[in-house]
Design a binder for this molecule. Structure first.
Ligand code: QAP
Ligand code: CO
Length: 179
């Protein structure tokens, strides 16, 4: 089932997500619904809080070298902890909860993450480049942090202005459609 995505400036995105303790069918259904929701909006990563579930779960599905987004490469990451990090990398990030805005953000280039899978098995993942960026972006959601929080004052101002304009135009478009 495709779920509604919570969008900035909704305060729910600022909640700190809670540790997952039950690796049950409810969790599995949520992960399945998160995948459907992410694919329906052409996303590559989604945290549970973005569908209003404040639990420490996220999914990432990066395209391969040919640009195909294969479900075989889907990562389901529960209760993640970064245990090693190094380097610096800049990437133009976006977010399904902040539609239509992209900006360069600095992240660690490599991270090592301990996490659990949907059955509760403990795993370790060494990630670099885009995967490392995606993990850091999604893990920020678990703390109520958005990529726009990392912008300079001037760029944040520019964002707020552009985002208000986007919301206004989308609202107008939707009003026309239903008329
Ligand atoms: C997070 O982002 C991420 O504005 C996932 O109109 C960001 O899936 C991972 C999206 C950077 C790695 C690098 C954004 C879709 C999707 C939009 C996304 C939009 C439609 C963002
Ligand atoms: Co995001």
């Amino acid at each position: 089932m495709v779920l509604d995505i919570v969008e900035y400036p909704d305060k729910r995105l600022r909640e700190k997500s809670k540790e997952v303790k039950s690796f049950d069918s409810e969790l599995h259904t949520l992960l399945d619904d998160m995948y459907e929701t992410m694919m329906s909006e052409s996303g590559i990563g989604l945290a549970a809080i973005q569908v209003a579930k404040p639990i420490r779960a996220l999914i990432i599905n990066l395209p391969d070298e040919e640009g195909n987004q294969d479900k075989e490469n889907l990562l389901e990451i529960i209760n993640p902890v970064i245990v090693e990090k190094e380097g610096e990398i800049f990437y133009q990030e976006g977010c399904l909860s902040v539609p239509n805005f992209y900006e360069d953000i600095k992240r660690f280039e490599k991270v090592v993450v301990n996490y659990q899978d949907r059955e509760g098995n403990t795993k370790t993942l060494e990630a670099e480049e885009l995967l490392a960026i995606a993990i850091q972006h999604e893990m920020d959601h678990l703390e109520g942090i958005l990529f726009i929080d990392k912008l300079s004052y001037a760029r944040r101002k520019k964002f707020e202005k552009e985002y208000k304009k986007f919301q206004r135009e989308r609202k107008q478009k939707n009003t026309k459609k239903s008329a």
